[in-house]
Design a binder for this molecule. Structure first.
Ligand code: V47
Length: 419
């Protein structure tokens, strides 16, 4: 175990680990350690002491530890531990990227209760972009310096798989330097069904058309009880994991998410996180994990209250502690608000996500955040949290703007001459 704290804990409660203090013990001054100067961990909830001992020793946490971490009111102790792990991995660095979200259609056959974004084909507000429209948005994004397009959409009843392959081919041709992070496991499952292909062949076709990696959406909570309530017609949790496994096997990396704050129990959250951890042990294909706070407005679950700031920070911290084989935990500022996301950088998160530009999924569900933030604003938030901003690409390689080719010029405006 690292020599974190040198205080005398001889009168500790019986299950306290050496080196940790509870509020029943005298406090000591912080000590410098091999990992730098660390403030003292104060544990109010004695149930956390053995968990803290495991974390400090670099041991894996188990199911019961996860449930305890979710149930304890001692948010500061959980946050301290998550921050310890975060700093052990990333020091004070906080990543962000310059990206653009593009949602080609909101028409969706799934009608998930959790979602305010999907529409029936002829419902008010239903839209589907023409190919040219998608490509134009992408080119605009490239001119603004985007290194990533994040593209997800509804499960459209009439658009063939070929349309989505065309979208990707056109993007790769026009924006060859931009990483295409496109289509959730749910969309991949749907494409396989409509194109009558295996999951593997569907993924190979997407990769061939230009997809570079997959975003983490659609995971929700894997438990069938929860899925029946919030997203009855989506792929099952097991199918989501199988599609992710296949993607990783063919060399497509992906993110992973968990939607919390609706009808799930603490045990169901922990089981979700451990299922992701098990798959990551097998494939090492996940890049980042993003806990997603449920936004109830305009959804079939509008009667539920929004998750609190306490739950948001707890979710970040617990995922950092349980997902010991995930390199990155993202505090998605659009979903958390910039204020909570900034605090999350001291509760386990090492990434704020990106500039986004146009966000529909959360804003249809009542999100009050902006849809866009600038690189300068992200850097300001990160610095104000005492972290060091590092612009990254989708796979977390640092981006050196000085070495990048200048963005292509805006096309000359077309003149219409009326005679
Ligand atoms: O899959 C849908 C969730 C996800 C609601 O991979 C909702 O880098 C809250 O996955 N309230 C899409 N959440 C967003 C997503 C994502 C976001 C940022 C980065 C990455 C990444 C992925 O949003 C959906 C679903 O889980 N969602 N409706 C709602 N009402």
């Amino acid at each position: 175990m690292p020599d974190l704290i040198s205080n005398d804990v001889s009168n500790d409660i019986s299950n306290s680990a050496p080196g940790l203090s509870t509020t029943t013990t005298p406090t000591a001054t912080p000590t410098a350690t091999a990992t730098g100067s660390l403030a003292e961990l104060v544990i109010d909830d004695a149930r956390l002491a053995p968990i803290a001992a495991k974390v400090l020793a670099g041991e894996r946490l188990d199911f019961d530890d996860g449930v305890t971490l979710y149930r304890t009111p001692d948010l500061l102790a959980v946050g301290w531990l998550a921050n310890y792990v975060r700093e052990r991995r990333h020091g004070s660095v906080c990543y962000f990227n310059v990206n653009r979200h593009i949602n080609p259609t909101n028409v969706c056959v799934a009608h998930c209760k959790l979602c305010a974004f999907g529409r029936s084909p002829n419902a008010p507000g239903a839209y589907t972009f023409a190919l040219e429209e998608i490509w134009q948005r992408a080119e605009e994004g490239m001119r603004e310096g985007a290194t990533e397009f994040h593209m997800v959409g509804g499960l459209h009843p009439d658009l063939p798989f070929e349309y989505f392959l065309d979208v990707m081919r056109g993007l790769k041709q026009r924006c060859p330097t931009v990483h295409l992070k496109a289509f959730t496991m749910v969309e991949v499952g749907y494409f396989a069904r409509i194109a009558r292909l295996s999951i593997r062949d569907t993924l190979l076709a997407l990769k061939d058309a230009g997809v570079d990696s997959l975003p983490g959406g659609g995971a929700e909570i894997f438990d069938p009880r929860v899925r029946k309530v919030i997203c009855d017609h989506k792929v099952s949790g097991q199918q989501w994991l199988n599609i992710a496994r296949t993607a990783h096997q063919i060399g497509l990396r992906s993110n992973a998410t968990m939607l919390y704050g609706h009808v799930e129990t603490e045990q169901e959250r922990v089981a979700h996180l451990l299922a992701l951890r098990e798959l990551q042990d097998e494939t090492c294909g996940f890049v980042a994990f993003i806990p997603l706070a449920f936004h109830p407005e305009n959804t079939g679950l509008a009667h539920l209250p929004k998750p609190t700031g306490f739950a948001d920070l707890k979710s970040i911290a617990v995922s950092r502690l349980l997902l010991d084989n995930f390199e990155h935990i993202k505090a998605y500022w659009i979903m958390l608000t910039p204020r909570i996301a900034q605090i999350a950088l001291r509760f386990g998160a090492d990434d704020l996500d990106g500039t986004v530009v146009e966000e529909k999924i959360y804003h249809d569900a009542g999100a009050t955040t902006e849809q866009f933030t600038s690189r300068a604003q992200l850097e300001r938030l990160i610095r104000a949290a005492g972290r060091v901003p590092v612009e990254r690409d989708t796979l977390y390689r640092p981006v050196d703007r000085a070495k990048m080719p200048p963005p292509p010029p805006r096309p000359a405006a077309t003149l219409s001459i009326i005679v």
